[in-house]
Design a protein around this ligand. Structure first.
Ligand code: GRF
Length: 201
């Protein structure tokens, strides 16, 4: 059975595109059932439409409080009968309400080797800290910021002449490989979580 994914994205959606491509080639036994964005102009929505995937924009401003916004988000995810929620550059932190009410597991991709450099501008943080290696992490989402159990990581070198852009680009190439791989492992039932530990069989 193919896993049904809801992808939540606020921006350009290159990770979404990697998932779309991998599902089309059969590299991941999953299909993207819906793409949801909190930004009307998100390129991710266009990518969804171009690929015949339902693209849903939910305007946060229509809701007085975060819970109402999130309950609409949950309704959409359930409406499309999704098994897994993939955050791909979704720029809103999901509240404990969302996590408690989501019937699906939620995963995220982050452009650093967590637990180093959570939050915004992870690549800039890595450069300023002076690390020699950075990378990306796919993890389950918990109520902290980028703090859930780690599924997969990929490492890239940091060079002396790197800029935020050059490092981001090197990491992004790995993201596009790692996110489909993580989804594929989950879709094949090969990922087990015990506390903070994720076992891959
Ligand atoms: C990626 O760097 C991802 O790690 C982070 O947000 C960025 C999204 O990029 N969570 P894109 O929209 O997938 O191109």
């Amino acid at each position: 059975m193919r896993l049904r994914l809801a992808v939540l994205a606020s921006g350009r959606g290159t990770n979404l595109q990697a998932l779309i491509d991998a599902s089309k080639t059969g590299e991941i036994p999953a299909e993207i059932a819906v793409v949801i964005s909190d930004k009307k102009e998100a390129i991710a929505l266009k990518r969804a439409k171009d690929n015949g995937i339902p693209a849903v924009y939910i305007d946060r401003n229509n809701f007085g409080c975060k819970e109402l916004f999130e309950s609409t988000l949950l309704d959409e995810i359930n409406k499309y009968d999704c098994d897994l929620v993939c955050l791909a550059g979704f720029m809103r932190i999901l509240s404990p309400y969302f996590l408690a009410n989501s019937e699906q597991k939620i995963i995220n991709i982050h452009p650093s080797l967590l637990p180093a450099f959570p939050g915004l501008h992870a690549q800039k943080q890595a450069l300023e800290y002076g690390v020699k290696f950075s990378g990306c992490t796919v993890h389950f989402v918990d109520k902290g910021v980028d703090s859930g159990p780690i599924i997969l990581q990929a490492v890239v070198p940091v060079y002396e002449n790197d800029t935020e852009e050059s490092l981001s680009e090197r990491i992004l190439r790995e993201e596009h490989r790692l996110y489909p791989l993580a989804v594929s492992l989950i879709a094949q039932g090969r990922v087990k979580v015990e506390g903070r530990k994720v076992w891959i069989s």
